[in-house]
Design a binder for this molecule. Structure first.
Ligand SMILES: [Zn+2]
Length: 237
C-alpha cells in the first residue's frame, strides 16, 4: 500500500514537474484555475476569474437597471435566475480568452499580449477584436461574438498586467485603447532603456528608477520568452 502510494505520488510529481517545465513562457500570466494550481501561484488572478467577474458584474448591473422601475430588486433572486445558458455563454468567453495563451497561432505573438514594446500593434489588434465583436453581434452570430470578446478581454487584461500603467501612477482605465479620440500617453520605443535584465522565473520590480520618477513617464511593456528578444540597447548601459 505504502509502496503503491509512493509510486503514485512520484509518478504524479514527475508529471507535474514535466508539465511545469514545459509550460511555454507565454503562459506566465495565468490563463485559468489549473495553471494557478500547477505553478503554485495561489494569490494570482487568472484571465478566467477576471472574465467571469466582469461578465457577471455587468450583467447584474444591467438587469438591476432594467428591473428597477418595476419593483424592488432582489440581487440574490437575479443571480439565481441567471441560469445555465448564461453560465455556458460565460464559459465560452472565458475559454476563448484562455486559449490565447495556448494556441500556437497566438501564444507567442506579442501583439496579442501587450509584450515586447508592441503597444501600437497590440492596440490595433484590440480595436479589431472590438470591431469584430460588434459586427458579429449585429449579425446575430453570437458564438463568434463570444469568441472575439474573449480574445479582446485577454489582450485588455494583459495590457494592465504586462505594462507599467500602474507604476506610471495611473488611477483609471486607459481610454485611448478602445477610443482613438482620447489622448494617448507617450510610449517607450524598442531602444529606450526601461528595465534591468532579469534571470528569475517571474520578473518583478526591475523597472529602471528613471522610468518611475520621470515627470512624464513612458508607457513600456515586459518581454516574455526569447522571441522577440529584448534588444541590448533597451537595457541600462
Ligand atoms: Zn497573454
Amino acid at each position: 500500500m505504502c509502496e503503491g502510494m509512493s509510486s503514485w505520488t512520484l509518478t504524479h510529481q514527475s508529471a507535474l514537474l514535466l508539465f511545469i517545465h514545459f509550460i511555454p513562457i507565454c503562459q506566465a500570466f495565468l490563463p485559468n484555475f489549473w495553471s494557478r494550481v500547477l505553478t503554485l501561484s495561489w494569490d494570482s488572478y487568472t484571465h478566467q476569474y477576471m472574465t467571469e467577474q466582469a461578465l457577471l458584474n455587468i450583467t447584474m448591473e444591467t438587469l438591476s437597471r432594467i428591473m428597477e422601475p418595476q419593483h424592488d430588486v432582489d440581487n440574490e433572486e437575479l443571480y439565481t435566475g441567471l441560469g445555465r445558458g448564461f453560465w455556458h455563454a460565460v464559459g465560452e468567453v472565458a475559454s476563448a480568452n484562455a486559449a490565447m495563451d495556448f494556441l500556437s497561432s497566438t501564444c507567442s505573438d506579442p501583439v496579442y499580449h501587450f509584450d515586447s514594446e508592441r503597444v501600437e500593434g497590440a492596440t490595433q489588434m484590440l480595436r479589431e477584436f472590438w470591431g469584430q465583436t460588434i459586427l458579429l453581434t449585429q449579425a446575430k452570430e453570437y458564438q463568434g461574438a463570444r469568441r472575439t470578446l474573449g480574445q479582446l478581454f485577454h489582450s485588455l487584461q494583459d495590457f494592465y498586467s504586462h505594462s507599467n500603467w500602474v507604476e506610471m501612477g495611473q488611477q483609471s482605465v486607459y481610454l485611448h485603447l478602445l477610443h482613438p479620440e482620447e489622448p494617448p500617453v507617450p510610449v517607450a520605443s524598442v531602444d529606450t532603456p526601461t528595465c534591468a535584465d532579469c534571470y528569475r522565473f517571474s520578473c518583478y520590480s526591475n523597472l529602471l528608477e528613471e522610468m518611475i520618477s520621470k515627470t512624464e513617464p513612458l508607457l513600456t511593456t515586459g518581454y516574455f520568452s526569447t522571441y522577440p528578444i529584448k534588444p541590448p540597447a533597451s537595457l541600462p548601459q
